[in-house]
Design a protein around this ligand. Structure first.
Ligand code: WTA
Length: 632
């Protein structure tokens, strides 16, 4: 299609056009979709309130664009390939026609269970096909989906359900991940005991385990499906109606509900997918992310389906039954485009080359990376051993809030530089600013990464609290969207993302606020106070290091305290946020005004205590010596 860029010259041309005439540029792209009513105006915006609206008064349904639109030309093309956790179980494939039917039927089930346009529906499900169907079914009837990664605890789920006031929860009986068995429905039961807004729970039978079904509240999906038709009229949505909420961590407080809207998100996810990965009609594409994260939303589901691609969904983990599983799946399904996270690459690197060398990987054409900076060693390993030096590695930088990829090479089109995300996509206007918010115009510099102009896929608000959105992203530097990341720009204008400059840490590509983990630790009755920092971790990118002051009423031994603290974090957030190191301390380095000097704790966690910088403002410098002496 005409809006796929085919050469670096074309990229430069498109980029110029998108800067000189952003509205014309995006209108041209938006024309390619099915709209029930065309927009009156392309863009209205200011970054002060902030107020960003794209395709004003345009009417559409994103699922008509993901599904119905393709039926004529791609009805029998594979839309979704599902690969189960256990390789001995048979995979399942759905054509666009079949996917359309599944989505319509679940949409009807939702309607039968009282879900209306605008209602919030929470989805807490393993990576089974019904998860994909359910997300699209919500979109079909205009319900706002809020997917919660199935690794989060009951408490985390309850917080999110209560914040969104969700009325319906879609879930499964259980889940098998690797060799682990997780009683998903039991976690849901525990969560919604504190969620008065929930009226219905719709349960998918996946494992066949016995579960509690509460009369009047819980229903089985397979029974509900018996009662519905195969057709479902799509709800007509305004371009700016919310499509979904996805919770993500920031530097303060509880996770916030990032809101994306129907029109802009659709245009942006499709445009970025086809250009970055250079998808071609017969390609099989695989994104290994869970749909519980933004990468799964935009690049497992919406982007590929909008483009009419064949997208693969994997229930399992990279190391089950062994560390060759990814490569076995690539060969089995003839995957052409493969998109994963640096943490997965590093863990497979550590497992040894034999696992990769046993597979041909001949089908691969493009490799992608997302979620955290990819170190050069991992980049080269991926490029040489997986891509056989014939596949470009596109290092895609973006965020839950940006909706889609912002800075990345376009595969086979842009120059590559290991550990560099590269150039901004057309329509994206990044700038680097210094501490005072002044733009740094030269190259070969480092600064805070901001955006000075809106793009269609950007965050519109944080659910239920617009002021929080303003404070989190638009208040640090006037008139700019602040990403929270630091970046370098090289002499050719290519960007290299360094990482978060706020109190957000990125553990195996998962975002956590240090305050959020501290709150979880502080729930433990033995804990008086805690401070959490990130430190470089060989596989996870960043590990979690917790400094904890315990009370002495019930001292126990240190290992016991550590286990207790871990249990609190698992209960509050989930296993994914388990601290890697817990140091029990008597005091924390505080300034006279009571602020914890995290800079010092970071140095200790990194093992770099020779130069701690200025410690003269510390209330009690002895605390630092004690912490250094006890460092893990
Ligand atoms: C980090 C994931 C370096 C970054 C899509 C960002 C990256 C945060 C990259 C967003 C990359 C993501 N190189 N860092 N290619 N991609 N990040 O919201 O710090 O889960 O701010 O979105 O991950 O994480 P989120």
């Amino acid at each position: 299609m005409s809006y796929t860029i085919k050469s670096f010259d074309e990229y430069q041309q498109a980029y110029q056009e998108s800067i000189q005439n952003p509205e014309g540029f995006w209108a041209n792209i938006a024309e390619q979709f099915t709209w029930q009513q065309k927009w009156d105006k392309v863009l209205d915006w200011n970054f002060e309130e902030p107020n960003v609206k794209w395709f004003i008064n345009g009417k559409l349904n994103i699922t008509e664009n993901c599904l119905d639109r393709h039926l004529k030309t791609r009805g029998n093309k594979l839309a979704l390939i599902w690969e189960p956790n256990d390789p001995k179980e048979r995979y399942v494939r759905y054509t666009y026609r079949e996917l359309h039917e599944k989505v319509c039927m679940i949409a009807n089930v939702l309607r039968n269970n009282g879900v209306k346009k605008g209602d919030r529906v929470c989805i807490y499900m393993p990576m089974i096909p019904e998860l994909a169907f359910s997300v699209l079914a919500c979109a079909r009837i205009g319900a706002v989906h809020s997917v919660i990664f199935a690794g989060f605890s009951a408490t985390s789920m309850a917080d999110r359900i209560n914040d969104a006031q969700a009325t319906v929860v879609l879930t499964s009986d259980g889940l098998n991940r690797g060799t682990k068995q997780i009683p998903v429905k039991r976690v849901v039961d525990e969560a919604i005991a504190t969620c008065p807004s929930v009226q219905k729970v719709i349960v998918v039978e996946r494992t066949g385990w016995a579960v509690n079904m509460e009369e009047g509240r819980d229903v089985w999906l397979h029974e509900e499906l018996q009662k519905v038709d195969k057709d479902c009229t799509a709800e007509i949505m305004d371009a700016e109606d919310p499509l979904f909420i996805l919770y993500t961590s920031g530097s303060t407080g509880k996770p916030k509900g990032v809101v994306h809207t129907c029109g802009g998100y659709m245009v942006y996810s499709d445009y970025t997918f086809r250009n970055v990965f250079q998808y071609q009609e017969s390609d099989v594409y695989w994104c290994t992310a869970d749909i519980g994260w933004i990468t799964g939303h935009t690049y497992l589901l919406y982007g590929p389906l909008l483009t009419g691609a064949t997208t693969l969904m994997f229930e399992g983990i990279p190391t089950f039954p062994d560390a060759g599983r990814f490569w076995q799946v690539v060969d089995k399904h003839g995957v052409n485009i493969f998109y994963t996270a640096p943490t997965a690459i590093r863990s497979l690197m550590a497992a040894g080359l034999d696992h990769v060398l046993s597979y041909s990987l001949d089908s691969l054409k493009v490799l992608g990376s997302v979620g955290e900076p990819i170190n050069e060693e991992a980049w080269h390993w991926y490029h040489i051993h997986v891509g056989k030096e014939r596949c470009p590695v596109v290092d895609t930088w973006w965020q839950t809030e940006t909706g889609g990829i912002m800075i990345s090479a376009l595969a086979h089109v842009s120059p590559l530089k290991p550990s560099h995300a590269g150039y901004p996509l057309p329509g994206i206007q990044p700038i680097l600013v210094d501490q005072s918010g002044e733009e740094i115009k030269e190259n070969e510099v480092e600064g805070y990464l901001c955006m000075k102009f809106p793009w269609p896929g950007m965050i519109r608000t944080t659910y239920g609290d617009h002021e929080r959105c303003r404070l989190s992203y638009f208040a640090a530097y006037k008139g700019l969207y602040f990403t929270g990341d630091g970046a370098k720009r090289d002499k050719n204008g290519m960007y290299r993302i360094i990482g978060r400059v706020d109190d957000v840490i990125n553990v195996s590509g998962h975002r956590f606020g240090t305050a959020e983990i501290e709150n979880a630790i502080n729930q433990n009755k033995h804990v008086v106070e805690s401070a959490v920092v990130g430190y470089p971790h060989e596989i996870k990118g960043q590990g979690i290091y917790a400094f904890v002051i315990c009370n002495h009423d019930d001292p126990g031994n240190e290992q016991y305290l550590r286990d207790e603290i871990i249990e609190s974090v698992v209960a509050e957030i989930g296993k994914i946020a388990k601290p890697d190191k817990i140091q029990i301390v008597n005091g924390l380095p505080k300034t006279r005004s009571g602020k914890i000097m995290r800079r010092i704790l970071r140095k200790v966690a990194e093992g770099e205590t020779s130069n701690l910088g200025d410690t003269s403002t510390l209330l009690d410098p002895n605390v630092v010596d004690e912490i250094i002496a006890g460092a893990l």
